[in-house]
Every structure is written in C-alpha cells, then in structure tokens.
Design a protein around this ligand. Sequence first.
Ligand SMILES: Cc1cc2nc3c(=O)[nH]c(=O)nc-3n(C[C@H](O)[C@H](O)[C@H](O)COP(=O)(O)OP(=O)(O)OC[C@H]3O[C@@H](n4cnc5c(N)ncnc54)[C@H](O)[C@@H]3O)c2cc1C
Length: 434
Amino acid sequence: MGYRAEGRLARPDSLWEATAPPSPDLPTLADAVEADAVVIGGGFTGLSTALHLAESGRTVVVVEASVLGRGASGRNNGQVIPTLSRPDPDDLVARFGPDAGERFVALIRDSAAYLFDLVRRHGIACDAEQTGWVQPAHSPGRMRIAERRVAQWGRRGAPVELLDRAAMAALLGSDAWYGGWINRTGGHINPLALVRGLAAAAVAAGARVYVESPALSVERRNDAWHVRTPGGTVRAGALVLATNAYTTGIFPEVRREVVPVLSWQMATAPLDETVRRTVLPGRHAMSDTHGDLRFMRPTADGRLVTGGALLVPLNGHQRLKGIVGERLGGLFPVLRGVRFDHVWNGYIGMTTDYTPRVHRPGPDAYAWAGCNGRGVALSVSMGRELAAAAAGKDVRDLALPFTEPRPLPFHGLLRRIGPLKLLVYRWRDRREIA
Ligand SMILES: Cc1cc2nc3c(=O)[nH]c(=O)nc-3n(C[C@H](O)[C@H](O)[C@H](O)COP(=O)(O)OP(=O)(O)OC[C@H]3O[C@@H](n4cnc5c(N)ncnc54)[C@H](O)[C@@H]3O)c2cc1C
C-alpha cells in the first residue's frame, strides 16, 4: 500500500492554539514497539479509542503524523452536537436496519452527554459548557425540519424541544429566525484543549502516544498489523484507522469515500459585557438550517467563534472578515463593525449522502470517516466503540453500522469541485428546499 507523506500540518492561527493549555510532552516513535492495538491518527477519534482501550487494560500505541489536534479536532468550532447534519433517526434505521440502525441512533443521541461526562470524569480543562445546542430555522418552511427532528428524537428519549419564533428570539437574542429546536445535552468546548486533555488522560491510563510519526505503510503479516513510521515500527493485533478527512494513501479505499471540504472559522475580539448579555445570552451553541450555514458559539473569554464557506479560498482571511462581519451585523445589529482577531480553516470530511462510513478494512481492523461537520461529540463516542471492537467485543453488539467501502469515482475531481456545492446550497437556501 503506497503512501505519499504530506508533511507536518501547518499551525493554524486559531483562537484554540492561542488559548488551549499546552500539550503533554510526547515522543516521536524511534523504536520497534508492540501493543494489543495500534491507532493511526491523534484527533478525538484516535485519542478516545486509546483512552478506552487503555482503561480496559489493553496496551495501545497511537501514531500521529503531525502534532495532536492538527487535523479537524483542533480546528473546529467546538460545538458539541448530538445529531448528524442531514440524516434523521428514521433515515438511519431505514438504512442500517432496526438493530444496527437503532444502536447507532442511540450512540448519536447520547454522544454529547457522553462527552461532557467524560470531561468531568477526567477533569479535563477545556471550557466545557453544557448549555444546550440549538438549530434555528431560517425560513417558515424549514420549521418542518425542526418538527421532524423533535418528533423523531423525542420518541427516542432525547431531551429536545420545539421553539416558536418568540422563544427562539429570547434564547438567541435575535428575531432573525422563525423558531427551531433545542437539545439540552449539547453545548461547546475548546476543542484543542479537549484533544490535549484526552491525550493526557490516555497517557495516564497507560497509552503510548507518538507525535511527528506518520504511518508510512501498513501491512497484515503473521496475524498481526505492522505499521511503519519514519523512525520505528508498531506490531499489534488490532488496528484502528482514525484519520478521517485527513486520510492519506495508506487506506485509499477509505480516503476515496470522503471529500474533504475547507471550512473557515473566525473568532471575534472579546465583546463588551453589555453585548454579551444580548447575543446568545444563554451561552448556547447554534447552527441554523441554511446549507451555507450560519453558526456560532460563545467562548470563555467573551468572544464569538463563527465562520463561513467560500467558493474560492483566494485571500479568504480578508474576504471572510467582510462577508461574515456583514452577516453577523444583520443577525445582531449590536455586532456591526465587530473586529475579528483570528481566522483559520480545516477540512471537513463530507460524504455524498451526509452519512458517516464505518468499515472493517481487514481482520481486526476498524475505521470510520465522514463526519459531515458533526464530529465532535460523535468521534469521542465512536472512539469508545472502536476501542470495544479492537478489544474483541462482538461487532454485532456494537453501535457501529459497518458497510463495505465504495470509493467515489472521479475522487480527485470531486475534491477540486466540492466547494461548488456551495452554489447549490445558496440556491436552495433562498427557496423552501431542505
Ligand atoms: C473547521 C471545522 C469546523 C468544525 N466544527 C464542528 C463543530 O462545531 N461541531 C462538530 O460536531 N464537528 C465539527 N467539525 C468536525 C469535527 O471537527 C471532526 O469530525 C472531528 O474532529 C474528527 O475527529 P477525528 O479524530 O476523527 O479526525 P481528525 O481530528 O481530523 O484527526 C485525524 C488525524 O489523523 C492524522 N493522520 C492522517 N494521516 C496519518 C498517518 N498516515 N499517520 C498518522 N497520523 C495521520 C492527522 O494528522 C490528524 O491529526 C468541524 C470540522 C472542521 C474542519
């Protein structure tokens, strides 16, 4: 299996890099080591897998190509969201069947609560606020999405509630939306702080985590997985691929199922206390029903972290300040002229049907990819399940809806033209098309 090293990922100018507690000191692999399981990728998925494996008494090695959190986990908006972007519970059950489908739905339903519990259990300092996650409807027709989701999640015991226009305006401090829904288990975190805290917890539990150690090749030999990095090798019975949108050539069939799409994030300057009291006064995290998404969350130091998408990344930092600044001012007049201190971006792993992919790429090997922008809570819970799989639990008892990989034809082309989908989203946003 070939691999083209893409080098260390550049340090983004993110608020999280400026504010997260330092990473634990971690070595680079420079030896031949053995473990029960090897995990490739040091984001939420890989570190959660390692933590759960170590806690269950298994030996585990993580190899990360760059520094921890340089993939999506350290670059995201930090919204802890217990739902997927498009497929609703009934869609997942129809697709994966009543057993695997309902197990996966339950994992998603409980994923935000699980993340906040884990943070509390390990005392991870990541500014976690379980204030609730809100999806406001940007048009009267999109209220149907809210009604459908409240009905389907409510039937499955999630603490969800439909909100009318006045209730939404009171919750968010803007009457720009027509109502929507809330799930009270959601909220927000500083994502890079969570990455580093998860790593510290995994290491404390006995996991060995190596940075600057890209897996260059992976081979199954003599009933074991052999992973080679520039400085060493890992031999392990089980393997978990946790590289998601940043998957390189070592598992081409997983890489070619996901289209990485650049998403831009921006942090405002700290807001005055009077402004803070009127914009997201309940400190909720929110992402609305636009395809060209409006999203934001408050931070511990009084900023808003928001962002947007661009058709062409050229001069993106400057252009976004104008586009998103104007958008924010339209939603909250008090934010007109707000300054942005940080602008950064990262790749979201999109699939054609907005549904994550979970695979068994070989004996005792497990992988998932394709969060479609809803992977903070999901990847921590997926890590728990992947750890159970790697520890030998019967896969029929796991909340992992396995499918066969179906690499996308013309994947290279799709990677290039993926951003053009934004034109479709914008066209639909102006109509009542969900
Ligand atoms: C800008 C942005 C905003 C987002 N906002 C939200 C949000 O608010 N809420 C939400 O729920 N989701 C959000 N997401 C999605 C979420 O961040 C991801 O789903 C989640 O972080 C995925 O975690 P992961 O560990 O699976 O992958 P990643 O964090 O991407 O980790 C993969 C790791 O694998 C490493 N790697 C790759 N190849 C190799 C190799 N050969 N050897 C060793 N290591 C390798 C990479 O360096 C990387 O560190 C956002 C994503 C982005 C990009």
